[in-house]
Each structure stands twice: as structure tokens, then as C-alpha cells.
Write a protein that binds this ligand. Structure first.
Ligand code: FE
Length: 206
């Protein structure tokens, strides 16, 4: 728990603390193991993993084919196997289709490759509105989807997690996989953003 909070802790935070100390006291949970899990999701697992997968798909058409056909299998080829029982389905953004990921029921999210979900993803407003008025929600993210582009919304659950394969931006031709990965944002892999072309200044340097 961070100690820099000046506001009193929320009821949920207090309950979590109470449950945590109870589990530790009863010997059910080892605090060190718990810290290791939290550390993993805060620092080791994160959108940089998803970004590597996307960049690989951009430069390797055969990998992309496998990724779209069998997300779990193709992702595990890269050594990312942190899935418990859920299947990964990768959906591709194209000039004709824009995909958006949501979990209407709770907050199912591809933790193993994107890390912790953003707060807005878990909000009731996003969970309900993403399916009812996805274009309006995307507008609020600053993403104007043209009328002729179909918007597909994918509802995640405990068994099925989605990852958006964003479109490769112009202006990064000839870039290495590693450099391309730096362009890919978490929101782009949820479908709440597009991958932006590299800034003009950057492309001069590259
Ligand atoms: Fe959920």
C-alpha cells in the first residue's frame, strides 16, 4: 500500500487490507508471495508485452496469420504463457473495421500481456456505454471513426480475452520490430486509440 495518500483509505481498500492480514495471519497466504504477484503485474507484465506481439505481427505476415487464427498459440510461441485457463483472441483493425474491447460484466482483461487494466476500463460507464454507443465513447477518447467503418465491440469473459491488433501507422516504413513496438500503446490494443505515426522529428532522426 502506498503511504503517500493523505485522504483516508476507501472502504474497499480497508476491506482488502483486513482480508489480506487475515489470510496472512491464518497462514493461507504468504505475504512475500503476494508482494511478488503484485510486483509482477505492476512492473514485469504490462503493455510492452502486447506491443511486442503487435510489432511482430506487423513485420511477419506468417506470424500474423497464426496470431489471428490462434491467439493463445501464436503468443505462446513468443514465450508469453501467463494465461490461466483463458483463450486469447486477436482481432485486427483494418480500414473497414475498428474493434473495441470491453468486459460488460466486470473487468476481464488480457492481464498476461497488457498488465493491469486502466481504471476507466473497469468503470460502469465504460462497461455499459461501450456496447450501447461505441462511436460516442471512441469520440470521447478522441477517436473519430468514419461512418463507413464498421465498429465491432467484443465482450470479454473469464474464458475469452481479446487483444486488438491495431493498424500499422504510416511513416514507420523499414522500422525494426523493436522500434515499432515503442509506438504501440495500451489503449490502441484495447481499441480506444489508434497507433499514431511517429512524430516528424523522430522520423528525421530514424
Ligand atoms: Fe470481467
Amino acid at each position: 500500500m502506498p503511504s503517500h495518500h493523505h485522504r483516508p483509505e476507501s472502504e474497499v481498500a480497508l476491506r482488502v487490507k483486513a482480508i489480506e492480514s487475515l489470510l496472512v495471519e491464518k497462514g493461507i497466504v504468504d505475504l512475500a508471495a503476494l508482494d511478488a504477484i503484485i510486483d509482477t503485474y505492476e512492473h514485469k507484465v504490462g503493455p510492452h508485452i502486447g506491443a511486442q506481439i503487435v510489432a511482430k505481427a506487423w513485420v511477419d505476415p506468417e506470424f500474423k496469420k497464426r496470431l489471428l487464427a490462434d491467439g493463445t498459440g501464436a503468443i505462446s510461441e513468443l514465450g508469453f504463457t501467463g494465461f490461466s485457463s483463458e483463450h486469447m483472441v486477436v482481432v485486427e483493425n483494418t480500414p473497414e473495421v475498428h474493434n473495441l474491447i470491453v468486459c460488460t460484466l466486470c473487468s476481464c482483461y488480457p492481464w498476461a500481456i497488457l498488465g493491469l487494466p486502466p481504471t476507466w476500463y473497469k468503470s460502469f460507464a465504460y462497461r455499459s456505454r461501450a456496447v450501447i454507443e461505441p462511436r460516442k465513447v471512441l469520440q470521447e477518447f478522441g477517436l473519430e471513426i468514419p461512418e463507413q467503418v464498421e465498429v465491432r465491440v467484443w465482450d470479454s469473459n473469464a474464458d475469452l480475452r481479446y487483444l486488438v491488433l491495431p493498424e500499422r501507422p504510416d511513416g514507420a516504413e523499414g522500422w525494426s520490430e523493436e522500434d515499432l513496438a515503442t509506438l504501440v500503446t495500451r489503449n490502441a490494443m484495447i481499441g480506444a486509440a489508434k497507433v499514431q505515426p511517429p512524430a516528424a522529428a523522430d522520423s528525421l532522426v530514424a
